[in-house]
Design a protein around this ligand. Structure first.
Ligand code: SF4
Length: 235
């Protein structure tokens, strides 16, 4: 089996991407055959997440989906999760919370940590909780697309993830923004209404604004900071 430990010696499969899902369904079918219940999808419930959930439900209707619930998400995001639960009742959606409450975090690190030290805040509320989730599973799924940003342009379907010592599966690498929306409209999937209000990329409320540059989908994230990633996808 392809694991973090066997990465150097195991053969990696390749997948055609000249089909409707640009390889995503084949990648997911392979991943769930390979890892069965030892794989989780860490989902932000943004628009790529909605597509992936729909595809995953076709190959593994009882898949485990984990939402990193920082306690700082938009009300609309929690409403989206409820809509997804209604549409896909057999999926196992887990709300993973950080060990520190927001009050405890403020006492230990100061009020509104996201304003003066967002990397620390993301580490406490996203990176450490994901590490806890990935302990005990072999692989995880992410909705990264190559088009999203320069830091994501080299992502493969199957990646060695040194940060979490895991295997990271990214089925949507070849999807464009247009592909994502075509799929959502074609299959009438529920999605976060903030996408219709100028938010192409949606994270925690204090760190997400409408996109400043329509050509940069992530330009509304951590405005005023040099930060461009929450830390889940960088070593
Ligand atoms: Fe904290 Fe902002 Fe990171 Fe959310 S996105 S964990 S509020 S710094």
């Amino acid at each position: 089996m392809l694991t973090y430990q066997t990465w150097e010696t195991e053969e990696k499969p390749s997948f055609p991407h000249d089909n409707e899902t640009k390889g995503a369904l084949d990648v997911l079918a392979w991943a769930y055959r390979q890892y069965e219940n030892n794989i989780v999808y860490a989902c932000s419930f943004g628009i790529e997440g909605i597509v992936l959930i729909d595809l995953i439900s076709q190959v593994k209707p009882d898949a485990e989906i984990v939402f990193l619930d920082t306690g700082l998400h938009f009300r609309e995001t929690y409403e989206t999760i409820e809509k997804v639960k209604e549409k896909y009742p057999s999926l196992r959606i887990v709300m993973k919370q950080p060990s520190l409450s927001l009050d405890e975090q403020a006492k230990q690190f100061g009020d509104e940590l996201w304003k003066h030290h967002p990397n620390k805040c993301c580490e406490l509320r996203k990176v450490i909780p994901l590490r806890e989730v990935l302990t005990g599973v072999t692989a995880w799924i992410s909705g990264l697309r190559r088009e999203q940003s320069p830091t994501r342009s080299h992502v493969q379907y199957i990646n060695k993830d040194d940060k979490f010592q895991s295997i990271k599966i990214c089925p949507l690498i070849h999807w464009t923004w247009k592909d994502v929306w075509n799929y959502v409209y074609k299959y009438e999937l529920p999605y976060n209404v903030l996408h219709d209000q100028g938010y192409p990329s949606i994270g925690c409320a204090p760190c997400t604004a409408p996109a400043l540059d329509p050509n940069d989908l992530r330009s509304g994230r951590w405005v005023g900071h040099k930060k461009t990633e929450c830390g889940l996808h960088i070593s």
